[in-house]
Design a binder for this molecule. Structure first.
Ligand SMILES: Nc1nc2c(ncn2[C@@H]2O[C@H](COP(=O)(O)OP(=O)(O)OP(=O)(O)O)[C@@H](O)[C@H]2O)c(=O)[nH]1
Ligand SMILES: [Mg+2]
Ligand SMILES: [Zn+2]
Length: 331
């Protein structure tokens, strides 16, 4: 029997969905099924209607920790962190997503969805900005200061911007195929955006409860859809819808990961104002180079606000980590 390679488009409690020509649900033994995650590449052999499966080496694996490891997906080329101000935005939830993405070397872009709503205010967008490392802003090939991409499923112009962004991302990926995962709180509109980009996806969407101000966890299993940028485009692009995450467990968070997420402190220290303290928290220490750099930005409102919000987030994350370490040492 010939071995063939397939991408796992979806995985539920007892079956997996594969690409054509094996495009149907396959029941496979629980032992191997529990090890498979969405977007895995697997090698299969069909033997009398049964599927023998081997999981191929993963390029990366994104997980979160909430008592146990919860695996989000594998072989991720890019993450779209989808945010909205309704249901209310939870910065720490997203900061933990961004932290994990950085620690796994997965590039991410923030999509500010529901831009048509009046509660997508400037002050909300400034809060969101804290997620984006300071130097990321200069990575944009257009040289524009990019803090996040405005999206609304009701605005054609914004949707076409998003399509251009996907094209740009695809151009930076060398492989013959690439996968973009949409992750975020429940109710922010992940499935709605995917439906707008790929009408045949037909993902279920759910109203956000105005009473409880929460999403309804409409999407239950991650699902991959092929996105045709243009007919016969050289690369296969997959967009992955995932279940909403209202609390991204980060029980395994390490100081090293926070340091990596805030690599701008090192860059600033090397390029601009040297922070000579080994263990500087960049908070109250006199002569801290980072604070000096911040003061030098007072004339540049945008950069000043951005870096101030990054410092605030850094402070909260470090404080939480120290509290956790203290508690662990006591118990
Ligand atoms: N005003 C506005 N509403 C939107 C937009 N995008 C999505 N929505 C609405 O937001 C609600 C939630 O959308 P979903 O697509 O189900 O959200 P989700 O992120 O997939 O939620 P889960 O599957 O629960 O994680 C629906 O009522 C959508 O119609 C948008 O751009 N503007
Ligand atoms: Mg959904
Ligand atoms: Zn410092």
């Amino acid at each position: 029997m010939a071995k063939t390679r397939h991408k796992v488009l979806s995985r539920s409690q007892n079956s997996i969905l594969l690409e054509p020509p094996l495009a149907c649900s396959w029941r496979i033994p629980q032992g191997i099924l529990s090890s498979i995650v969405v977007n895995d590449s697997i090698e299969t052999v069909v033997k009398t209607k049964k599927l023998q499966v081997k999981i191929l080496r993963r390029r990366n694996l994104l997980s979160r920790f909430e008592k146990v490891e919860k695996r989000i997906g594998a072989n991720i080329d890019h993450l779209f962190l989808v945010v909205a101000n309704f249901p209310p935005f939870n910065l720490m939830n997203y900061a933990n997503m961004a932290l994990k993405a950085r620690s796994q070397n997965i590039p991410f872009t923030v999509l500010i969805n529901k831009s048509d709503r009046s509660d997508t205010t400037e002050s909300f967008q400034r809060k969101v900005e804290a997620l984006i490392p300071y130097t990321f802003r200069y990575d944009d090939p257009d040289g524009k200061l990019q803090k996040g991409i405005q999206v609304s499923i009701y605005d054609e112009h914004l949707m076409s911007n998003l399509k251009s962004e996907i094209k740009k991302i695809a151009n930076t990926c060398k492989g013959s195929e690439m996968s973009i995962f949409f992750i975020g709180q429940s109710g922010v509109g992940k499935s709605s955006i995917i439906n707008a980009l790929i009408p045949s996806a037909g993902q279920k969407t759910g109203l956000v409860s105005t009473r409880y101000k929460k999403g309804k966890h409409t999407t239950r299993h991650s699902r991959s859809f092929e996105y045709k940028l243009v007919e016969h485009y050289k690369q296969k692009i997959y967009l992955l819808d995932t279940p909403g995450i209202d609390s991204f467990g980060a029980e395994d968070l390490k100081k090293q990961e926070i340091l990596k997420y805030f690599s701008e402190w090192d860059e600033i220290s090397q390029k601009n104002f040297f922070c000579r303290f080994n263990n500087c928290q960049h908070m109250q220490e006199p002569n801290c180079g980072i604070r000096k750099f911040l003061e030098s930005l007072e004339q540049d409102g945008d950069s000043f606000n951005h870096l101030t919000s990054r410092l605030k987030l850094w402070k909260t994350l470090m404080r939480d980590l120290n509290k956790k370490t203290l508690k662990n040492n006591q118990s």
